[in-house]
Design a protein around this ligand. Structure first.
Ligand code: NAD
Length: 326
């Protein structure tokens, strides 16, 4: 179904524009449609044929899901967008690090943001998914000139989900009862916050005593290695990762559109925290209708702060090498 016409924004309901109708973009749209979060979903891709095919396939599922107007559109459709998700870019190839993708995807981001600004999408919130997500989020913030509150990277949202799921699997409990964060870069220098990990309000080490399954240093190291290397493993096995990130994108959109003030580990502009300044990286943030409203000052251990600072310097170097600082 084609969208909008002359309807006002309120009549229309929430519009989510997804730029990049590849595996991640289409899966995010699928998750959004099932949850019924958006009245309108627009898919934009340089490969218009692909965007049209995905839009048709998704639209045909509506009788089984939630009524949603879905179409393959263009940048003019960004004008009434509440949220614009950017997944467009070159995907990670087997053996390639996220930072290898940087130059190509920064150039793509530059062109996309230019087109979004032309469409006067002045009220939208930008969600950056494409990798390297922290560098591209910083680039999108710089290119757009928008407040950092409204330019959010998916950051370690997915890594945090993987961490919770693997810990839950080890303990034999529901992952929703595990609270543990991965912070820093979405990538090789990311940091697990073991010191604040908890289950049902109990510190992980205390829970371990009642759980009885045992959590040695080796077990913890192995769990974190599996989190950190998950993307490489999945890409080796099937070429791309998209289900979990599609759900993560949906969850972030839900927190925004429903003004939930949810605490999510997303990539945001860090200014003068933990000795880190002027870089996008993930810390637990409060996410609401206006975007990232607060970055939480977590009482991290000294080792975690040191590791976070290393992660920040990796990212800062990447940002500087793209000529984005200043
Ligand atoms: P994909 O190749 O399936 O899709 C990318 C799409 O972008 C393609 O359809 C392509 O035609 C389109 N595209 C390229 N340049 C464009 C442009 N200038 N304008 C509009 N569309 C353009 O890749 P994918 O598997 O969907 O992955 C997309 C991105 O998401 C990658 O950068 C990947 O690394 C990243 N990713 C991030 C996370 C995360 O946690 N942040 C997780 C998984 C994937």
């Amino acid at each position: 179904m084609q969208g909008g016409g002359d309807m006002t924004k309120n009549q229309r309901g929430a519009r989510v524009v997804i730029i990049g109708a590849g595996m991640v973009g289409a899966t995010s749209a699928y998750a959004l449609m099932i949850r019924g979060l958006a009245a309108e979903i627009v898919l934009i891709d340089v490969n218009l044929r692909r965007a049209r095919g995905e839009a048709m396939d998704l639209a045909h599922g509506q009788p089984f899901a939630t009524p949603t107007r879905i179409w393959a559109g263009d940048y003019d459709d960004c004008r009434y967008a509440d949220i614009i998700v950017i997944t467009a870019g070159v995907a990670q190839k087997p053996g390639q690090t996220r930072l290898d993708l940087t130059r190509k995807n920064v150039d793509i981001m530059h062109d996309i943001v230019k087109d979004i600004l032309k469409a006067q999408a002045d009220q939208a919130i930008l969600l950056i998914v494409a990798n390297p997500v922290d560098v591209l989020s910083y680039a999108a913030w710089k290119f757009s000139g928008w407040p950092a509150e409204r330019v959010i990277g998916l950051g370690t949202l997915l890594d945090t989900a993987r961490f919770r799921q693997l810990l839950a699997e080890h303990c034999g409990i529901d992952s929703r009862n595990v609270h543990a964060y991965i912070i820093g870069e979405h990538g090789d220098s990311e940091v697990p916050v073991w010191s604040l990990a908890n289950v049902a309000g109990a510190r992980l080490d205390d829970f371990c005593v009642v759980c009885g399954r045992g959590c040695s240093l080796e077990t913890k190291t192995a769990i974190f290695e599996r989190v950190k290397n998950a993307a490489y493993e999945i890409i080796d096995a099937k070429g791309a990762t998209y289900y979990a990130i599609g759900l993560g994108t949906m969850r972030l959109i839900e927190a925004i559109l429903h003004d939930q003030h949810s605490i999510l580990s997303v990539s945001t502009l860090i200014q003068n925290r933990f000795g880190i300044d002027d870089v996008y990286l993930s810390l637990p943030c409060v996410v609401a209708r206006s975007g990232v409203t607060r970055v939480l000052d977590m009482p991290l251990s000294a080792d975690e702060v040191a590791a976070l600072q290393v992660s920040a310097s990796v990212l800062k170097e990447a940002i500087a090498s793209m000529g984005l600082l200043g």
